[in-house]
Design a protein around this ligand. Structure first.
Ligand code: AMP
Length: 663
């Protein structure tokens, strides 16, 4: 067939294209040469017309920080190619000369920040282009860029970040002496970003014997860095009234003003004063103990209020926030056994060191906790609602539960073939759930423990979990549905949902309860758009892609976690606030998975590097600002849960026309 090409170097790229078999058309291409002769393009010969090639003098670019390095790029090609360097994100000073062949690039005073960058030399001429690339590796001495005193959590953790290349060796010193790591005190690296290592010195159930100065020494062949922090885990047994940094609020601190020695030394004082002091002390102790139960069982719950910890209570991966830590003694705790690190930090009661403490005295500790027992013959199963990590969930009718109704619909959660430990957990969790009562926390009615399976009875929430509900009321579902179409959620309905979850979270925070796994999959929807924070641990199977498996069986909801939870496994009320921001995002995207376009590893990288989720299309600016307030990198900079609740309440009340939809 005719074509208008003139045989020349200008169309050589087409020939190369054909030769490279990118060209899929069947027709042959021709060109007209200088003698007006038709030549097949594949046979075209043009002098001084070749593809360029680029070659680097060195493909293994390693350099020590502060030094300089020169790279050469040798190029061929006719006509001679233009050469350029691609140095995306390079921060070190550099000079290049592309006027000569080979072209040169000198990087001066190389910064460790440039380690891992790719450097490319591009040669381009009329025929095409070639590129040669190499990764820059910068060796540098370790730098401990972050270290902090430990805060109470499931595991105590002294969080740190160390940079260094090659990977520094880490050695801890306790009170100046080498600390020999063991099962109970060990370094965990949770995240590695290039040459940056984020982790914890993780301590299982430390006692007053572990209080003191901890020094981290990071070393590699280029140097070393050392940083020290002071850690106070608990007070010396017997010093119940001594002040510690971990005391619970004002009440405790007030009581601290009067030591036990003070009392004994004041024999001459009015005896009424002594009684008052003893009374306050007793009250404070009782308060602490109640708090202790709530915190302890909250995080070990398999059925109710808690997050990933439920799933992994028997996991042997000690990196997990869900892992049960050892007791104060040298015996590791069983899943139900030992007190939680949080509890140790919250109280100075020496019985904490007794591994049997929780085993014997729960009911005595909180005599007013009355877990309702429901007879099995009063529960009639109707149909399965779903299945979680621990057992099936059924819709059931429950007879004789409330005086005003003969029977009511309930959701029952079953735990089959429970071991002795699981049974103990079950009873404690029941106590916890009995104590957590709020209009936006799913109502717990009681247990049925006659035989197998063990059963927990909850109020039935007609529309199931919030994530499914959002998806069912999003634009996709509305489009797909035939006949009886579900209505798409309006913005004020979304705000109404968000506001209710925030109200539940205000309550949990007031109970010093850290949820750790707040997500729409863990909220339930009832009639009239009533939303409650519901069960948690059991959603794992259905939503397994929402969790990230770290070794063993440990699953972490990384897409809902802030940087400090990912890097140091630190879970606090502030990390719950971050998750609440993600829940808002889920609501305004009709239940999309956060960072759905990224793999788990990419999500970890994004979050730890400070990226946040984008504003959903239908989200008013005011609400996105609120999300951003939840996603401040520094936990103390995040909005307070009460502020969030009142902001959402106000927005929900305001007429939607005042909301700036377009931003
Ligand atoms: P879970 O294992 O708790 O995630 O529950 C499995 C399924 O049961 C989920 O899809 C929930 O929608 C449903 N479910 C759990 N608890 C309740 C409840 N209290 N009322 C109604 N449905 C529930």
């Amino acid at each position: 067939m005719d074509n208008p090409f003139k045989c020349s170097c200008e169309i050589m790229w087409i020939k190369k294209f054909q030769e490279a078999k990118f060209y899929t058309e069947t027709q042959d291409l021709y060109c007209i040469d200088d003698n007006n002769k038709r030549t097949a393009l594949l046979d075209m010969k043009v002098p001084n017309c070749d593809l360029p090639s680029a070659n680097l003098s060195n493909y293994n670019i390693t350099v020590v920080e502060g030094k300089s390095i020169t790279l050469y790029c040798d190029t061929t090609g006719r006509p001679p190619p233009n050469v350029s360097w691609v140095l995306t994100n390079l921060v070190s000073n550099h000079e290049s000369d592309t006027s000569k062949n080979p072209a040169s690039l000198t990087i001066k005073n190389v910064s460790s920040m440039d380690s891992g960058l790719w450097i490319s030399c591009v040669a381009e001429n009329i025929v095409g282009e070639d590129q040669a690339s190499a990764e820059l590796t910068v060796f540098f001495a370790p730098n401990i860029t972050f270290i902090e005193s430990p805060t109470p959590d499931h595991h105590w953790c002294i969080p740190f970040t160390v940079k260094g290349n090659p990977k520094p060796t880490l050695q801890w010193f306790y009170e100046g002496a080498i600390l020999n790591e063991s099962e109970y005190i060990c370094t965990k690296i949770h995240v590695i970003n290039q040459s940056e290592y984020h982790g914890c010195l993780q301590l299982d159930n430390p006692t007053h014997l572990n209080n003191g100065a901890y020094t981290l020494l990071a070393k590699n062949e280029y140097g070393e860095d050392e940083k020290r922090v002071d850690a106070h885990f608990m007070s010396v047994p017997g010093d119940e009234y001594e002040t510690t940094p971990n005391d619970l609020g004002d009440t405790t601190n007030n009581s601290n003003q009067i030591t036990s020695t003070d009392v004994s030394n004041k024999e001459n004082e009015d005896s009424i004063t002594v009684y008052v002091v003893v009374g306050i002390a007793a009250l404070v102790c009782t308060g602490l103990v109640i708090m202790l139960i709530i915190l302890k069982f909250g995080r070990h719950s398999k059925f109710g209020m808690k997050g990933p910890s439920s799933v992994i209570s028997n996991d042997d991966d000690s990196a997990s926030p869900l892992h049960h830590i050892s007791n104060g003694s040298n015996t590791p705790s069983s899943s139900e056994g030992g007190p939680d690190a949080v509890i140790i930090g919250m109280t100075k009661i020496p019985v904490i060191e007794n591994p049997q403490y929780f085993g014997i005295t729960n009911s005595q500790l909180k005599p007013d906790t009355f877990v309702q027992h429901i007879k099995r013959h009063n529960i009639v199963l109707k149909r399965e609602l779903g299945e979680g990590a621990f057992g099936k969930v059924f819709l059931a009718e429950c007879y004789n539960l409330c005086p005003e109704q003969d029977k009511i619909l309930v959701a029952v959660k079953t735990l089959k073939d429970a071991s002795d430990n699981a049974r103990k957990d079950f009873h404690r969790e029941a106590e916890l759930l009995t104590n957590l009562q709020h209009e936006h926390i799913v109502k717990f009615y009681g247990v049925c423990v006659e035989g197998d399976p063990l059963i927990m009875v909850f109020e039935y929430m007609k529309h199931g979990d919030l994530n499914k509900f959002l998806r069912a009321h999003g634009p996709d579902a509305v489009l797909m549905a035939e006949g009886n179409r579900p209505a798409e959620l309006t913005q004020s309905q979304m705000l109404h949902i968000a506001q209710q979850i925030a109200a539940g979270m205000v309550y949990l925070a007031s109970q010093h309860f850290v949820h750790r796994d707040l997500a729409t999959r863990n909220c339930l929807v009832g009639e009239n758009l009533l939303v409650k924070i519901g069960d948690f641990g059991m959603s794992r199977d259905v939503y397994s892609t929402d969790y990230y498996r770290v070794g063993g069986h440990t699953m972490l909801p990384i897409r809902w976690m802030p940087p400090e939870s990912i890097m140091y496994r630190k879970f606090t009320t502030e990390s719950d606030v971050w998750s609440l921001g993600v829940v808002l995002w889920e609501i305004f995207t009709y239940g999309k998975q956060p960072w759905y376009q990224l793999s788990n590893n990419e999500v970890i990288e994004c979050i730890t590097q400070g990226r946040v989720l984008q504003r959903p299309r239908t989200c008013p600016k005011e609400v996105y600002d609120l999300m951003l307030g939840c996603w401040q990198r520094e936990p103390h900079m995040r909005l307070n849960i009460k502020e969030i609740h009142s902001l959402l309440q106000n927005l929900a009340k305001a007429s939607p026309v005042y909301l700036d939809i377009l931003g």
